[in-house]
Design a protein around this ligand. Structure first.
Ligand code: ATP
Length: 277
């Protein structure tokens, strides 16, 4: 479904060369919900920009449904951290959600239906006539999520979408993402620097090394599919998994980029085959 193959990115300017991403290869299966974590500055945003066709890799390629990504692909939606900047303040909530559907040239009735469904799915049916600046931060981020969902993407990329909201809203939004994923089964890659969030949300967690970046670990999250903030987060398995991710990130921060990654990984019976959904 989504193949990331040997991605390398070197930023070059007149006086500086930064090798941000060295060699990233992974596949996201159809309908999979995977989280990507890594130390600050390890290239998460760089990778997402490359995956969404906004940035050219130095080498390697991204394939979506077998086709090489060379610009923003039609079946992909991206939700960024800065909801305040991604919504147009002069448009109502409804108009913001509808805009990409107009660009997709969908007929009026279908647009109306998708906008209503997606706003209802994020619990904002009543807010359709409001302007973004009349809403709280968490509500604005829900509008951004509704806009992405209404677009009916095959792939949804999310770049630290909850970094700027308070803890309670963040927990609600995490549950919203799991609900939407259950409902729409969109292939989702969720980037976060929050280890607990990654383990709580994902079926799988990809852990990146320090820059220049490679994949340090690829962990299957074998928690029950039905998750809730209290029971899941207090389960012994959750604690084991978060400890494993924490350890890998800690190693990633201190290891030299050339250290063999597999040698640093703790053997544990949690990494499984990801070829299926
Ligand atoms: N346009 C650019 N020009 C030069 N270097 C860049 C550019 N964008 C990013 N970098 C460098 O590439 C590396 C990775 O940056 P990136 O923003 O992708 O990391 P990140 O993991 O998303 O960071 P954070 O966790 O802090 O959000 C950093 O060293 C950064 O300074």
């Amino acid at each position: 479904m989504l193949d990331v193959r040997g991605i390398k990115k070197v930023y070059e300017s007149k006086d500086r060369t930064v090798e941000a991403v060295r060699d990233l290869t992974f596949t996201l299966g159809q309908g999979e919900l995977a989280c990507l974590v890594g130390p600050s500055g390890c290239g998460k945003t760089t990778l997402l920009k490359i995956m969404s066709g906004l940035l050219e890799p130095t080498s390697g390629e991204v394939l979506m449904d077998g086709a090489r990504v060379s610009g923003p692909p039609p079946g992909m939606a991206v939700v960024f951290q800065e909801y305040g900047r991604s919504l147009f303040p002069w448009m109502t909530v409804r108009e913001n959600v509808e805009l990409p559907l107009k660009q997709k040239k969908l007929p009026t009735e279908r647009r109306r239906q998708l906008v209503e469904e997606s706003l209802a799915a994020v619990g904002l049916a009543e807010a359709h006539a409001a302007y973004p600046w009349q809403l709280s931060g968490g509500m604005q981020q829900r509008v951004a999520i509704a806009r992405a969902v209404a677009y009916e993407p095959h792939v949804l990329l999310m770049d630290e979408p909850f970094a700027a909201v308070d803890a309670q809203t963040r927990a609600d939004l995490e549950d919203l993402i799991r609900d939407l994923w259950h409902k729409f089964k969109v292939t989702t890659l969720f980037v976060t620097h929050d280890i607990d969030e990654a383990v709580y949300l994902g079926q799988r967690v990809l852990i990146l090394s320090n820059s220049p970046t490679v994949i340090r670990d690829d962990l299957t999250i074998d928690l029950p599919d039905e998750r809730d903030q209290l029971t899941t987060r207090s389960s012994p398995r959750f604690a084991e998994l978060r400890a494993r991710v924490y350890e890998q990130i800690h190693r990633a921060k201190t290891a030299s980029p050339d250290e063999p990654v597999a040698a640093g990984a703790t053997p544990a019976p949690v990494t499984q085959d990801h070829s299926g959904a």
